[in-house]
Design a binder for this molecule. Structure first.
Ligand code: ZN
Ligand code: ZN
Length: 632
């Protein structure tokens, strides 16, 4: 590989001979430098910095294999070096990368002041620590994911090397860019786009529409791709929600074996949601489009990036994720195509307004020509209630329901709304606005999802981050009780409970089980806090159906009367409302030259595009699924 030669030359021009660099390797978008003299690198930190600067790549310094000491001995040394306060939960050795994976509750103490502790580990054991944070409450899924990645590290190394070959292959001269809509245009659900240049083919998101009635409407139009799926160069995933991630394992089922670029929380939350999806389908005796094996295969191919980390993903494409403030790890995607010939921003789902969970959305980009912007709440009348007002209404509903002995069911997306609502409720308790006798039950995948939030506090709003770091995580507050399926009867019979359960649109899972138990008693309240997709049970109830056929355990169908109080609070949404979408586009820097609206019902995407054209004088279009447009 020519590029590798080039990289080696650059490394050798910066690092003196006595540092004894024994090999240089390309691992996907990153570079690994192996040395027999790690101390020389530590005494001259500028070496790594200079290499990174010249290559514009992340550089990992590791020891030559000959320096690695025996694993058992290394483990003992690590336990001696790292202060006990760090609370190490797991140590695993990763021979493929000469790294030692260390999971600790306080990773800062494994790193040490100025990196002193981790340097000591390298110098005394030869193993380079790869340090991650433990969640403050145990998460089986997270444990499983991390084990899986360590177990397959040899394979992962190969995958990264293969990926590097593609990234550094030859660049095409002519530059054109074409976007094809494969799903999620003039609709919410199954978001998927194909972005092509002469040289490169990538997918932006690949989701499913969980509210769809038939498979034809549920999955993106992959059959419109006129080349074998394994010719795709990469998939870029904006965030974990199923309408963006849900069909990615299918790509692996049909032969794709390439990178999935996403943030670290997105990788983990996506895994949770995919397993949950398969689980719900299995329980409902429905056929799944792929199986667990495909999900696990996909996991091996995830290459995680942080916000604002610039990454080459193809010879003519550079990717950067930006904070989208929608769910944990959610990102807007910036693509620099053909050395700046064209710059595309895909907003994906964004919240351009206050949330308790996240810092503000990024609105500054180095360059920008085309913008693809969501329009879930893009119509003129889609104005959400102010946040404080929604919180006050929510409190009032809770108090009124509890006072008459009823329970409150809040169907939530396990990822996102659940945690936002946990923060709101925890805040009520801390201020003494709800009696400590009222119990808050968390059911469905919410518990796992909340645990993952505590493993990545750097993705949370500063105030929440601080609490997690001080081990005062609002998600693990004692007011929250984890409910198991066998508890559901007693919880609903006792009354005076607040129940947060997924799925958010009542399309299956725990929330539906609670709904069946609570629906007939007018003392109870059902509170919608998020989006209900067309065709979902949530949408039907919202639009006023009075009863519902339900299959009971004995197989008979009974009529369920819907007598409970129904409320919709729109101020907790993880999506921008109309005013926020308009403000987002107005404040974006630089101004886009062209706008495409997606992720909204037809009328909304069309109206919003018209508004942008008229108001901002920017060529704006609501394209349809299967439309192709030339961007450059
Ligand atoms: Zn989303
Ligand atoms: Zn979405």
């Amino acid at each position: 590989m020519d590029y590798l030669k080039e990289v080696k030359e650059i490394v050798n021009s910066i690092v003196p001979k006595e540092a004894e660099v024994t090999s240089v390797d390309l691992e996907g978008p990153e570079v690994a430098v192996y040395t027999k003299r790690p101390k020389i690198f530590h005494d001259n930190e500028d070496y790594v910095r200079q290499i990174a600067h010249q290559l514009k790549k992340k550089v990992n310094m590791r020891c030559d294999k000959s320096l690695l000491i025996d694993e058992k001995e290394a483990k003992e040394k690590i336990m001696q070096i790292v202060p006990q306060d760090a609370r190490i939960a797991d140590i695993q050795f990763n021979e493929a990368f000469n790294e030692v994976f260390i999971e600790a509750l306080k990773p800062g103490l494994v790193i040490g002041k100025g990196g002193m502790t981790s340097k000591q580990i390298i110098l005394e054991t030869g193993w380079t620590p790869k340090i991650v944070r433990s969640p403050t409450s145990p998460s089986e899924v997270l444990k499983g994911i991390r084990h899986h990645l360590n177990k397959y590290s040899t394979e992962r190394k190969k995958i990264l090397q293969e990926t590097a070959k593609k990234i550094y292959s030859e660049r095409a001269q002519e530059s054109w860019v074409r976007l094809t809509a494969l799903g999620g245009f003039r609709q919410v659900g199954r978001s998927c786009m194909l972005l092509e240049t002469r040289k490169t083919k990538i997918l932006l998101d690949c989701g499913i529409n969980v509210a769809a009635q038939t498979n034809e409407d549920a999955f993106p139009y992959l059959d419109a791709i006129r080349f074998p799926i394994n010719e795709l160069d990469a998939v870029v995933l904006s965030h974990a929600h199923m309408d963006h991630s849900g069909f990615i394992p299918y790509l692996f089922k049909v032969g794709y074996r390439g990178p999935i670029y996403c943030t670290e929380p997105t990788r983990d939350l996506t895994t949770i949601l995919l397993f949950d999806y398969l689980d719900i389908l299995a329980k409902d005796n429905k056929e799944a489009p792929y199986n667990e094996r495909d999900v696990k295969e996909m996991l091996k191919y995830c290459i995680t990036r942080e916000y604002r980390e610039v990454t080459d993903i193809a010879p003519d494409m550079r990717l950067t994720f930006h904070n989208a403030a929608h769910i944990l790890g959610s990102a807007s995607v910036h693509l620099n195509i053909g050395e700046g010939a064209h710059n595309l921003v895909y907003s994906a789902d964004i919240k351009y307004g206050f949330t308790r969970l996240f810092n503000n959305v990024d609105i500054n980009y180095p360059r920008l020509e085309s913008l693809i912007v969501e329009s879930t709440y893009g119509a003129k009348e889609d104005i959400q209630t102010a946040r404080e007002e929604s919180e006050a209404q929510f409190l009032k509903i809770i108090q009124e329901t509890i006072n008459q002995g009823g329970s409150i069911l809040v169907p939530v997306f396990a990822v996102g709304r659940a945690q936002e609502l946990q923060l709101v409720i925890e805040n009520f308790y801390r201020r003494g606005l709800i009696s400590p006798d009222v119990k808050v039950y968390i059911d469905g995948m919410t518990k796992e999802s909340s645990a993952i939030h505590t493993a990545y506090p750097e993705y949370l709003r500063n105030a929440v981050q601080k609490r997690v770091l001080q081990n005062d995580s609002p998600f693990t507050s004692e007011i929250f009780q984890v409910a198991k399926p066998e508890d559901r009867d007693s919880i609903t019979q006792n009354g005076s409970a607040i129940i947060l359960a997924s799925s958010g649109m009542l399309t299956g899972g725990a929330s539906v089980q609670y709904f069946y138990r609570l629906a007939e008693d007018p003392k109870n309240t059902l509170v919608f806090v998020g989006y209900n997709g067309e065709g979902s049970l949530g949408r039907k109830i919202q639009s006023g159906i009075k009863n519902l056929p339900v299959t009971e355990n004995n197989g008979r169908t009974k009529k369920l009367n819907i007598n409970l109080r129904i409320e919709t609070l729109d101020g907790f949404s993880g999506h921008s409302d109309r005013n926020q979408l308009v403000a987002y586009v107005r404040n974006l820097k630089p101004k886009p030259k062209r706008i495409f609206t997606d992720h909204g019902e037809a009328s909304k995407t069309i109206e919003l595009a018209r508004f942008f054209s008229a108001k901002f004088g920017i060529n704006s279009q609501s394209i349809r699924n299967l439309d192709s447009v030339r961007l450059k």
